[in-house]
Design a protein around this ligand. Structure first.
Ligand code: PEP
Ligand code: MN
Length: 338
């Protein structure tokens, strides 16, 4: 349940409304938006005296909220959430946030050279996996802690914040200390223990949509992180499993619109993992920007043919330059910048 306050309410009126809500046994979340102030009930709102609340002088409306997510719900928090990165970039603002880099960190030369190229092309953060969730136990599993160390070196050389996937709570301290945005991969979207731990870290979380997850399940996973204390969640649409096998996954661009309607959290799109083929990435990236995504995650490798992971879907730095050039006019069409 939420309470929408009148445009001009007094502090006393708001406190009176909060008292009635708290008497009903809920915690109250105050969201002071640019146009409206909303009081959101956290917990079971059944015990709240709605009649009494609706009649209070500063109260405009009392509304039931049918969705099970509250903190992630736009009804509770009408304004877009903007998540700041350490280099002054932001996710969710007017400027599109483009994260780029290889699927996996492979060597110092590789990560530093790709980092320089994507920074020069306009990326605002460097992606690179160090702990890889591979389908086969025989496939390259990532460089682990050494990979994180190399990401730090690439950050020191370029100034780009780094984004990397965590697989286990055993690595929490390592990520908290060295990684700027912690990625929860599609395969772990419903690893609820890991999600709860993400509520305890001080870094933004990039939450990928699960392989076969509904939008509501995805938002409920964001809710886990937020309910545990971390409200800085970036959602990432990366394609879902369908009957189609031509593409690696099916990019659900309508999910961008759905999520932005239902939630205030920023949404980015990963066309690389969605399509699985480099030649499709540019067009789908442009389509994502046109659909209103707040940013993109693009796999870029200096030598895709010899990449240890996901080479077939990786752009070369030159192809990434071209993508960024084409992105500018598309972004401008939808009122965004690159
Ligand atoms: C990745 O970003 O490298 C990755 C493994 O992505 P996903 O979890 O979306 O498959
Ligand atoms: Mn990958």
């Amino acid at each position: 349940m939420i309470v929408v306050m009148k445009p001009k309410f007094t502090k006393d009126q708001m406190e009176a409304a909060i008292r009635v809500m708290e008497a009903g046994g809920v915690k109250v979340m105050v969201s002071q938006g640019s146009e409206t102030t909303i009081l959101g009930a956290e917990g079971n709102a059944a015990g709240i005296d709605r009649e009494k609340l609706a009649q209070l002088p500063g109260v405009e409306r009392v509304m039931r909220v049918s969705e099970p997510y509250k903190l992630a719900n736009r009804k509770y928090h009408p304004d877009d959430t903007v998540i700041n990165l350490p280099n002054g970039a932001a996710v969710g603002g007017k400027r599109l946030a483009v994260f780029a880099g290889p699927c996996s960190v492979e060597s110092r030369d590789q990560i530093v050279s790709v980092a320089k190229r994507v920074r020069d092309a306009g990326a605002c953060a460097l992606r690179g996996g160090a702990f890889k969730p591979r389908t086969s136990p025989y496939a390259f599993q990532g460089m682990g802690t050494d990979g994180i160390r190399l990401l730090c070196e690439a950050r020191a050389e370029t100034g780009l914040p780094v984004v990397s996937e965590i697989l286990s709570t055993e690595d929490l301290d390592l990520f908290e200390e060295h990684v700027d945005v912690i990625q929860i991969g599609a395969r772990n979207m419903q690893n609820f223990d890991l999600l709860k731990h993400m509520g305890q870290v001080s870094k933004p979380i990039l939450l990928k949509r699960g392989l076969s997850s509904t939008i509501e399940e995805w938002l409920m996973s964001a809710e886990y992180i937020m309910a545990a204390g971390n409200h800085r969640v970036i959602l990432c649409e990366r394609g879902i499993r369908t009957f189609e096998t031509f593409t690696r996954n099916t990019l659900d661009l309508s999910a961008v619109l759905a999520v932005k309607r239902q939630s205030h959290l920023p949404v980015v799109v990963d066309p690389s993992h969605a399509c699985g083929q480099a030649w499709m990435v540019e067009r789908m990236a442009l389509a994502a920007a046109a659909a209103g995504a707040d940013g993109l995650i693009i796999e870029v490798h200096n030598d895709p043919e010899h990449a240890l992971c996901d080479g077939q879907q990786s752009l070369t730095p030159d192809q990434f330059d071209q993508l960024m050039a084409k992105l500018r006019p598309v972004a401008a069409c939808v009122g965004r910048e690159v």
